[in-house]
Design a protein around this ligand. Structure first.
Ligand code: C5P
Length: 320
């Protein structure tokens, strides 16, 4: 038996458009997602029992069955009961670096790492698309987190088309540590306030969603045009989150300093990112934001765009 350490990158949204209501209660979305090299490490270790155990020292991360990483392992165990019986349970240790409830898919990428890791640990031989099918049952962002890189995501966010990778861009990320925004709240509030403008006919949903393929953001990505990407950043959820959280708006304004290609909230927030053409520039922006907003509750990070999803960092043969 082996143990595995996996790298689970965060994502940012470069584009998020809400198109309408879906029959399953979710929203039909049109998004462009991007992996960044701010990542958690997930260690998987076989246990001699039939238990699935989660360990994490971060106070906001649950260690019980509500943790999405634990649910990913439960899903694999239910899907492959004979393999689970043969190999036994697993201990999942989450080394948290991605901020929690931040709009960066931290929980989703941990679940994706568990799917990829158990596929290896249990010698299942599942393909990436088979893993992504299981991933969609756990959450809308989990399929993207498996493959990572740059991708268009439509439907609930789980219908993916990959785009050319954009590795030479950097982001400054900012989040108030004590501030969390719950994704269901953001979407429900959006529906209450702007649901009247949704596409009403179900047949229009798919064609509107697929419009992103030929839209200006995708064109800018194909041309690797950082300036255009910065100008085309768009997130409909800013319309509900920014008015409710003036701190986030203020942070967005501070990050959108001279030289930044564009600044926006990621996903349902409250993390804000500023797009930069070089590491040095990103560092200068980080320093300027620290001076402009000297709040000890404000955390800032630098990250680079990444073309990778879940990766195996190391693997060890263990007894048993
Ligand atoms: O799929 P996931 O569990 O990550 O979604 C969290 C919440 O975000 C959902 O419960 C729903 O309220 C909202 N959501 C949505 N439409 C989507 C994706 C998410 O309304 N396409």
């Amino acid at each position: 038996m082996r143990s595995y350490s996996l790298i689970a990158p965060a994502k940012i949204n470069l584009y998020l458009e809400i198109i309408g209501d879906r029959p399953d209660g979710y929203h039909e979305l049109s998004m462009v997602l991007q992996s960044i090299d701010l990542a958690d490490q997930i260690d998987l270790r076989p246990l001699g029992t039939d238990r699935i155990r989660v360990r994490c020292t971060h106070p906001q991360v649950p260690q019980d069955k509500s943790n999405l990483a634990a649910r990913a392992a439960e899903l694999m165990a239910a899907q492959f009961p004979n393999t689970f019986a043969q190999y036994g349970g697993v201990e999942i240790t989450i080394h948290k670096r991605i901020p929690v409830a931040a709009g960066l898919a931290g929980g989703s990428t941990n679940a994706a790492a568990v799917l990829v890791g158990l596929n290896l640990l249990w010698n299942l031989g599942l393909t990436q698309s088979e893993l992504q099918e299981l991933a969609a049952r756990l959450g809308s962002d989990v399929p993207f987190c498996i493959a990572g890189g740059t991708a268009i995501a439509t439907g609930r966010g789980d219908q993916l088309s990959s785009l050319p990778s954009l590795e030479r861009l950097y982001v400054v990320l900012g989040k108030y540590r004590s501030l969390t925004v719950f994704t269901p709240w953001a979407y429900q509030t959006y529906r209450q306030q702007f649901g009247g403008s949704y596409t009403a006919k179900p047949q229009n949903l798919a064609s509107r969603a697929s419009g992103v393929h030929s839209g200006p953001m995708v064109r800018a990505i194909i041309q690797a045009d950082g300036v255009q990407i910065g100008q085309r950043l768009h997130n409909d959820l800013e319309r509900v989150v920014l008015p409710a959280y003036p701190q986030v708006l203020q942070l967005r304004e501070a990050i959108n300093s001279p030289g930044v290609l564009g600044a926006m909230m990621s996903g349902s927030g409250p993390t804000v990112f500023g797009l930069c053409e070089s590491y040095n520039q990103a560092q200068q922006v980080k320093t300027a934001v620290k001076v402009a907003l000297p709040d000890p509750d404000l955390d800032l990070w630098l990250a680079r765009f990444s073309s990778k999803g879940i990766q195996v960092a190391s693997s060890k043969q263990i007894l048993g």
